[in-house]
Design a protein around this ligand. Structure first.
Ligand code: C5P
Length: 301
């Protein structure tokens, strides 16, 4: 049976603006996505009847509601090419962390199935299926530095910010995306952030942290989760050079002076981890996404 293994990379949101409420219950966004090198690994094998999933993380469902499963089912319905598929998911991206793990898994399954089934011909033909699966899924078909508009599902490539290191602050708890959006107060329509306009025009910052911008979901998430508020206050008092929540939380992005890393680590609440990651361009992503036959990928995160 034909099989392939893919790395399923996480994202961060370097900027996130909420500019309105939509008729479909979602919010209208302007967000800058960025791929990072933290990833899950997904093996896809065609054959059998229906879709089966094996996950190495007990906290996650391996049933049909798992986004990776749904992606395989929807792919076969839309494009055919096989009677079924076996999926194996090795989870490393924290769940519910605003890093898009589930959405990345769904997009990666679509890409792997396309590779194994030999179609659809255009990558863009996966887009309608991807956006049905979730607002963040289409971004993961493309990756790199990109602007998401609409629900975040209309994705336009931006000039790439040079690859570099970032710190993730990973709390041991999740924040519900749905609840964070529900917690937003009055929303004022606003033009695209000047920093994003400048980037689109080719004014590329030297590092992700220098992009400028903000995250409109940050205040709502801090109201939703008192533990996140406490963590935020601790981080603010730790002398970080840059701090921003990713997506709807609970992960924060940070820049930390190398000499301060130990000091920041010692102040973190029990269970919260610091992890250094690297941002990745589309070119690197495309070169590293598929795990070649004979390459275990075990040296990965
Ligand atoms: O699309 P996804 O299932 O990831 O979104 C989770 C929830 O987040 C949605 O059900 C919706 O309540 C909220 N959301 C939103 N506006 C967006 C994206 C998500 O209100 N643009």
């Amino acid at each position: 049976m034909r099989a392939t293994a893919f790395r399923s990379f996480a994202k961060v949101n370097l900027h996130l603006q909420v500019v309105g409420r939509r008729g479909d219950g979602y919010h209208e966004l302007r967000t800058v996505f960025q791929t990072i090198d933290l990833h899950d690994r997904i093996t896809v094998e065609l054959g059998g009847a229906g879709v089966e999933l094996e996950v190495d993380d007990q906290r996650l469902s391996a049933g049909p509601e798992n986004l990776a499963c749904r992606a395989a089912v929807r792919f076969l319905e839309a494009f055919g090419g096989a009677s079924g598929a076996r999926l194996r998911l090795r989870k490393r991206i924290p769940v519910g962390g605003g890093l898009g793990g589930g959405s990345s898994n769904a997009a990666t399954v679509l890409l792997a199935m396309r590779r194994l089934c030999g179609g659809p011909e255009r990558l863009l033909d996966l887009w309608p299926v991807a956006r049905e699966l979730g607002a963040d899924v289409p971004y993961f078909l493309f990756g790199g530095t990109a602007l998401g508009v609409g629900r975040g599902d209309e994705v336009l490539p931006l000039p790439e910010i040079p690859e570099g290191d970032l710190w993730l602050v990973l709390p041991p708890f999740e924040v519900s995306t749905r609840l964070v959006f529900a917690e937003l107060g009055e929303i004022a329509a606003a033009p695209l952030a000047p920093a994003v306009l400048a980037l689109a025009q080719g004014e590329v910052p030297a590092r992700a942290a220098l992009l400028g911008g903000w995250n409109d979901l940050e205040a709502a998430a801090l109201r939703c989760a008192p533990a996140l508020r406490d963590l935020y206050d601790t981080l603010q008092a730790s002398g970080l050079e840059w701090l921003r929540m990713s997506g709807s939380g609970a992960t924060f992005l940070a820049e930390i002076d190398p000499q301060e890393v130990e000091n920041v680590t010692s102040r973190l609440p029990v269970g919260t981890r610091l992890k250094r990651v690297r941002t990745m361009s589309r070119q690197t992503l495309w070169a590293r996404r598929e795990i070649a036959a004979g390459e275990s990928g075990d040296g990965d995160h």
